[in-house]
Ligand binder design. Structure first.
Ligand code: CAO
Length: 540
């Protein structure tokens, strides 16, 4: 027995691809040609087979690792009798090297032609592959390099991009068709300018001069190279999905093996992922119980299905668009952030007197200073002192923002919106009050632009105009803290000799425990209360 290194073979034009599936584990006996792992670029995925039979002794890479030709995959114990395989039929073949120019071939006589044939380019060692997805439709305007179709062999799937920008005139393939290099995918109308830009072609044998339409062949951004042996077993029960579907599933956190594919050969489609997500969200299917190694999953029981009409009269109304969007965000933030809320009370007796006095003096100007504007200014001072509250998590790093854009929750007939006061540190209280009034009005009228709702580094949610004591606001990710404010009430406060009536403002600070700890949160509230108690501290 001897131990050999199994490395990533020549994988054509792929240079840095990501490992998305490990198909073997330590102790497994693998056969020559058996797939070891799946790698994926943004255009294609492929399985990498073993060049030897043996027992896996050690895995040298993990999910998410980036690999290229020569990267060590694993250590394999092989029987000494077995020669080191070098059979070209077994080893993944070298991808055909292509000159990009030569492959973007066009009939020189047809430079004034407007319609071109877009054909399957050289796809390496694939000769008969199945179309599993069509990503464009007649009438679509597409850009050069945009993916048109996904094809799949038993080992890999890849997206085939367009060589030109233009408008799709006619589709020449359908899902389930078998294609190979040269198969016609679609007819594309390209602008004259685009056709003129195409350099005269290198001679390509299969082009017919003087044809009325232009033939276009081009190479893939990445040519694939995989083992040819058709008898090699595919990877057992691996979910069957194209790279774009896999990417989509990963973005949503959907476990592919829990999704039932409805495409040809049970292939999982975009629609399957969407339908799975909808079912989980509505509680129709519970999330899968995670394996012990996966850590805590939600493992929720299904949402209760109740026929409310059995208990009395009901009326069903669709959620507003804003409610649907904010609902999805709130759910993610509530689930994904380990949030804690600290409550405190600020003595705003003097501040409220000051606010009322100034508003009386400025009655004629029409500009009213609001408590929320004062809170925004006070929070900026606290954020400057405790910058981790003005940060965002980026993997294992923290991004400290040097700007102070403060979002404020606004109640609107259609649902909750969060307009943002940009650069609040550089603005006076009158300006903040004026902007807030305008933004809140726009929010209620549904006229806020996306830029007016983006970029917040900290948020305040004030229920002060309505009432209540304390609440637990949900952090507006990727921010790490939010301040909830309720209605100020007169409370008796002991001054050492007697109880005095003081106007106390209830504060509720929710913070992300991955970034902030309880002591820091308490300090934040204490300093905020000090500022609100004596606003001159803002000048410090
Ligand atoms: N304590 C006591 N009184 C307060 C107060 C407080 N903390 N905050 C505001 N008030 C008073 C104001 O002074 C005003 O009184 P006057 O008319 O006598 O001056 C009155 O309450 C109305 O204030 P307002 O709420 O209309 O204005 P605002 O500037 O305080 O807030 C805005 C503006 C847009 C934040 C608010 O209208 C709003 O939409 N709040 C709801 C936010 C929300 O829904 N949060 C929950 C998010 S989680 O679901």
């Amino acid at each position: 027995m001897s131990l050999i290194e199994i490395k990533v073979p020549d994988i054509g034009d792929f240079s840095d691809v990501t490992v998305i599936e490990l198909l073997v584990k330590v102790g497994d006996t693998v056969k020559v040609e058996q797939s070891l792992l799946t790698v994926e670029s943004d255009k294609a995925s492929m399985e990498i087979p073993s060049s030897h039979t043996g027992v896996v002794k050690e895995l040298k890479l993990g999910l998410g690792d980036t690999v290229k030709e020569g990267t060590l995959i694993l250590m394999l114990e092989v029987a000494d009798a077995l020669p080191v395989a070098s059979d070209p039929e077994i080893m993944p073949n070298t991808a055909v090297a292509h000159d990009q120019q030569a492959l973007v071939a066009i009939d020189s006589i047809a430079t004034d032609a407007k319609t071109v044939e877009i054909c399957v380019p050289d796809i390496g060692d694939f000769d008969q592959v199945t179309v599993i997805e069509i990503m464009v439709k007649v009438g679509d305007s597409i850009k050069a390099e945009q993916s048109l179709i996904t094809v799949e062999s038993d080992k890999a799937s890849m997206e085939i991009p367009s060589a030109f920008s233009g408008v799709v005139k006619e589709l020449k393939v359908a899902v389930g068709d078998t294609v190979k290099q040269g198969s016609l995918i679609l007819m594309l109308e390209i602008s004259e300018a685009a056709s003129v830009e195409i350099k005269p072609p290198a001679p390509v044998q299969d082009l017919m001069p003087n044809q009325p339409v232009t033939h276009v062949h081009h190479t893939l951004a990445a040519s694939l190279s995989v083992a040819k042996n058709q008898n090699a077993k595919t990877s057992g029960n691996l979910p069957h999905a194209s790279p774009s579907v896999r990417k989509f599933a990963r973005e949503l956190g959907v476990p592919l093996d829990a999704v039932k594919g409805t495409g040809p050969k049970d292939r999982i489609t975009d629609a399957d992922i969407q339908s799975y997500t909808r079912s989980v969200m509505s509680g129709t299917i519970p999330t899968a119980k995670p394996a012990a190694s996966e850590g805590a999953g939600l493992g929720l029981i299904p949402w209760p299905q109740v026929d409310f009409a059995k208990f009395g009269q009901i009326e069903k109304k669709e959620l507003s668009r804003i409610q649907k969007i904010s609902g999805a965000n709130l759910l993610r933030n509530a689930i994904m952030i380990p949030a804690v809320t600290n409550h405190d009370d600020a003595d705003i007796t003097d501040l409220e007197n000051f606010r009322v006095t100034i508003n009386k003096e400025n009655e004629k100007s029409g500009v009213k200073i609001t408590m929320l504007a004062l809170l925004i200014k006070a929070c900026v001072s606290v954020l400057k002192k405790y910058p981790q509250f003005n940060s965002s998590l980026d993997g294992n790093a923290l991004i400290y923002k040097k700007y102070y854009h403060i979002g404020f929750a606004a109640d609107t007939p259609d649902g909750l919106m969060v307009p943002v006061i940009k650069d609040a540190d550089q603005k006076g209280i009158v300006q903040i009050s004026t902007e807030m009034t305008e933004l809140a009005k726009k929010a209620r009228e549904g006229k806020l632009s996306p830029s007016e709702m983006s970029g917040a580094s900290f948020t305040i949610s004030s229920l002060g105009g309505i009432g209540g004591r304390y609440f637990t606001p949900i952090i507006n990710a990727p921010e790490v803290a939010i301040l909830g404010v309720c209605r100020a009430v007169l409370m008796p406060a002991w001054d050492g000799k007697a109880f005095q009536p003081r106007l106390m403002l209830p504060l509720s600070l929710t913070w992300d425990h991955r970034v902030i700890d309880g002591a820091a949160a308490a300090r934040f509230n204490v300093y905020l209360c000090q500022i609100l108690g004596d606003f001159r501290r803002v000048l410090l």
